[in-house]
Design a protein around this ligand. Structure first.
Ligand SMILES: Cc1cc2nc3c(=O)[nH]c(=O)nc-3n(C[C@H](O)[C@H](O)[C@H](O)COP(=O)(O)OP(=O)(O)OC[C@H]3O[C@@H](n4cnc5c(N)ncnc54)[C@H](O)[C@@H]3O)c2cc1C
Length: 480
């Protein structure tokens, strides 16, 4: 992604070299995304249909969470809006009152993406002939290996030089401390002015060479291992990711055109590796296509993301578990931030400080959203009891208190998660406000009932008229 974006935007001014090692390979997971990926692809001029065809991709309308609040419960974090705001206040205040009066349905009856997801429907664009509504807010599921290959061709076609081989040593300038060169196996050396560390969890340049430390967040997100395994499809792919709570973690299901990506994320203090593998393999929709592949991680972030002439993008900068599919987004927003703050020659501590400030803000906002998935639970297992009773960051505690008191949600600056995202998370995990905004009392119960019924009807009719997700996929061009 980084090389492709540099190829797209820097080819007039910079020479870009990409170093990869086939012997090391990539982490090979990371197949569910959030809607911002469409912006990245558009910026690179990548056509959606061609992208889906090349990567075995499917549409994603949200993430369904099974058993997170309590066993047997289910909710979805659907992209897009819910209901319709009226007057000065958000829709959910009317919904809260309607629910208290027995006049409103389940929150997700008013969410187009949620209904379309569960109904296996999707609308990728406006079709004026059918008089339908706008395209649904969507992300994608895709085969990570195919996306990497697709972007590699893209980057090479635009002048990026790819160098195959293992980096064995990082040479630093004795005077400035900057990276002077990378020494590769076979006695090769690469010099450069800016080094972007995309080396994955190891953080070869930013951590090992430049000494940027690591803030460990496992006190809030204690899962530290994963097992990943693909399996065969057992029916048409669904247009949403599934995150299913298990005894000491959770399992993902990511539907692609040609297979399902599965994995279990767990905490080794509560679940042995063999038992995790048994749970994973016992809950596949189709035949496993490989043995489960183990991955270890520590949730957290680098102290600094930009040190001297080295910038961390991707897992070298930190790890947040894939509960809300945010890592690929963090890569893409990191790239866009770097391009905006791109240094010229010489040292740029002010640019580096600003890059760090924005990146840390983004990481911490996502961190709070993830913590709440764990913390707001009523599950009986020791792992879940532990996270339910842990101390949470003050800012998150204040956010929950504000919502509980009066259903208020405040989204600061350009935080990643929107008000409907927080709303679905909190209601879905059983945090119910004690009151609603007083202006929701301004309409009569009869009008409130009509308002709710008309919105639910619009959603239901709109979804019924949408094409089936499977039919849309069947109509995609075939990949070369
Ligand atoms: C269990 C799990 C599930 C995930 N699921 C999701 C998800 O659903 N959605 C999402 O957005 N993200 C997800 N992620 C995160 C996602 O996988 C990563 O953000 C993404 O794959 C990018 O990884 P990366 O490029 O930083 O590192 P890697 O994929 O590890 O790539 C590192 C690269 O550096 C090269 N390299 C490393 N060392 C050397 C060396 N010494 N010499 C030469 N080359 C070297 C490697 O060859 C490789 O090309 C998940 C992560 C995990 C662990």
């Amino acid at each position: 992604m980084t090389a492709a974006a540099c190829a797209r935007f820097l080819s007039e001014t910079h020479r870009v070299t990409l170093v990869e090692s086939d012997a090391i390979g990539t982490i090979g997971v990371g197949e569910a995304t959030i809607p911002q990926i469409a912006l990245f692809n558009q910026a690179l001029g990548i056509d959606e249909a061609a992208f889906l065809a090349a990567t075995g991709g499917t549409y994603k309308l949200g993430i369904a969470f099974d058993g997170w609040g309590a066993p047997g419960e289910r909710y979805i974090h659907a992209f897009g809006t819910i209901g319709r705001d009226a007057g000065l206040i958000a829709f959910h205040h009317y919904w809260l009152r309607g629910r208290a009066l027995g006049l409103a349905d389940d929150l997700w009856s008013y969410a187009l993406n949620a209904r379309a997801a569960y109904g296996g429907r999707m609308r990728p664009g406006v079709n004026p002939a059918q008089g339908n509504g706008p395209a649904l807010p969507r992300a994608y599921h895709f085969d990570a290996g195919r996306y990497a290959a697709f972007l590699r061709s893209y980057a090479e076609a635009r002048g990026v030089t790819r160098t195959e081989g293992r980096i064995e040593h990082v040479e630093r300038d004795g005077a400035t401390g900057d990276i002077a060169a990378l020494r590769l196996e076979g006695d090769r050396s690469l010099t450069g002015s800016l080094f972007i560390d995309c080396s994955g969890l190891r953080g070869l340049l930013i951590g090992e060479a430049m000494g940027s430390g690591y803030h460990d967040w496992s006190r809030w997100l204690p899962c530290n291992r994963a097992l990943a395994v693909p399996c065969e499809n057992a029916g048409p792919p669904i247009p949403y990711t599934r995150a299913i709570a298990r005894a000491a973690g959770w399992q993902w299901r990511i539907p692609l055109q040609h297979r399902i990506g599965n994995g279990i994320v767990y905490c080794d203090a509560h679940l042995a590796d063999e038992r995790a593998a048994d749970i994973l393999l016992a809950h596949l929709d189709g035949e496993a296509q490989a043995d489960p592949r183990p991955i270890r991680f520590t949730t957290g972030r680098r102290e600094r993301f930009w040190v001297g002439n080295c910038v961390a993008i991707g897992l070298s900068g930190g790890f947040l578990e894939p509960l809300e599919s945010t890592s690929i987004h963090l890569i893409q927003s990191g790239i866009s931030r770097l391009l905006k703050l791109l240094p010229g020659t010489g040292s740029h501590p002010a640019l580096a400080a600003e890059f760090d400030r924005q990146t840390i803000y983004e990481y911490e906002a996502i961190l709070d959203f993830l913590i709440l998935h764990y913390h707001a639970n009523r599950r009986p297992e020791p792992f879940w009891q532990e996270v339910a009773t842990m101390a949470i960051p003050d800012k998150l505690a204040a956010r929950v208190a504000l919502f509980r008191a009066r259903g208020e949600i405040v989204r600061e600056h350009d935080e990643l998660f929107t008000e409907p995202g927080w709303l679905q998370l909190m209601i879905g995990q059983g945090i119910m406000p004690e009151a609603w905004h007083p202006l929701a009392d301004a309409i009569t119960p009869g009008d409130l009932k009509d308002f709710m019924a008309s919105l639910a009807g619009i959603v239901a009719r709109d979804v019924a008229a949408m094409p089936a997700h499977a039919d849309l996929l069947a109509r995609l061009p075939k990949a070369a």
